[in-house]
Ligand binder design. Sequence first.
Ligand code: NAD
Length: 510
Amino acid sequence: MSREKLAVQQARKAFLTGGSKPLEYRIKQLKNLHRFITERATDITNALRKDLYKSENATQMFEILGLEGEINLAVSNLAEWAAPRPVNKTLLTISDDVYIQPEPLGVVLIIGAWNYPIAVTLQPLVGAIAAGNAAVVKPSEVSSHTAKVMELLPLYLDPEMYKVVTGGVPETQELLKQRFDHIFYTGNSTVGKLVMEAAARHLTPVTLELGGKSPCYIDKNCDIRIACRRITWGKYMNCGQTCIAPDYILCESSIQDKVINEIQKCIQEFYTKDPKSFADYGRIINQRHFKRIMALLEGSTVAIGGDSDESECYIAPTVLRDVASGSKVMQEEIFGPILPIITVNGLNEAIQFINEREKPLALYVFSSSSKVGRVMHYFQLLNGKQTIYIFSQVIKQMISETSSGALLANDCLVHFTISDLPFGGVGNSGTGRYHGKYGFDQLSHLRSCLIKKLNMEGVNQMRYPPHTTEKLRWARVFLLKQVNLARWRQMAQVAMLVALAAFVVKRFLR
Ligand code: NAD
């Protein structure tokens, strides 16, 4: 029997004992996962330095902090997330218990990618553990040093319930032959299709966290200096190897020079004049990706950077100007530190450009807020109102006329850190979502529960044969009439209070 098959079998056997269901068990495992990232911090830092040349603080900030936040959130909220969720009652269910019970799915396969190898592999695991599942974790072989550290996980987690299988494509393919109850895959869309195909054989549901080209539109009326600071940060972090990095800029030709100028200033400010010898500028993961990215420069004009060193997998922060929509760099997700600028004639053309392509994982728009909008917003804040007010017409139009996994106005990447926002793609950029409660729900079965009593049989007469016109009329009343029972209850309470008050007045105050 293969190592992969054995791992799945053992995880299933452990799951079937019911051991992963008690909330105390899940919380203990989540705390153990937390212990893994704190006690093994040095191993993790060293591995990420070797894999991606990440600095210690960058590893803490962009791999560990978010994961820690997710663990803490799950530990604090698990009781609430896992509790039965009552639903609205109808005339037919007035005396029944009607609720949704989240329950574990079974054995979850988590296939991780290499660009944030800790975050994208262990954050789904938080959801899997919290939801009470067993899991088989397959770290990416491309970030090999981090995968090695991940092999230490069974020293912290229940080794029967949570398995780590390392290896490359053959091992992943062997895993995919096995039957799982959910597959959570992070990586490129081509392999995403293979994962979905394999899952279909067992009718296994999937979450596909994929990538693609995330556009970034800069409106000519915005504060270009600030916009470029945020874009430069979002693009060149981790050497451009971020699934939600802005892939390319769309702007009017009148502001292109200013955009290039501002990005140049930011590159120097963030990474010095010599990013190659700067400790906080990363490297491309391997030579295969290095060659792929360098080939994307073909046929385009370099405005900033462009230099590289294959022996170190170094590519300088690079900007391309006046890029043609049919150029090589526009044919695939760049996933490296190259930022093409495509000029368009205003917002409508930018929207058309975006809509002619696959739905992105993230869509960025930079546009200044209107003064009226700001005043309204502060007024609403003072009033304690939660109304969503869209400041700018540009942002409003971008939201209403496009589709993407997420839309972020006037910043890059940071929506990833908000646990209350579901993280995931749409169409070619993915299916399903996670983070916070969304991760818990994604890896749970939301079971519908209706608990009736063996009384009030008279009400059921209308559904038993013979199906008379009279019964049909009653069925219409019970099934189609929208009765707001909560409002009835409120009215009944008010009526009782009025009756009580009348009684007190009559009895004692006269
Ligand atoms: P990768 O090469 O590490 O592949 C991911 C996983 O798929 C690995 O575990 C690998 O073993 C497995 N795999 C690769 N080829 C396979 C095959 N032929 N059959 C079966 N399994 C196979 O990672 P990658 O795909 O290069 O990752 C980069 C991509 O992931 C980018 O497109 C990026 O945008 C996307 N990504 C998305 C997110 C997100 O959250 N949406 C996060 C990170 C990365």
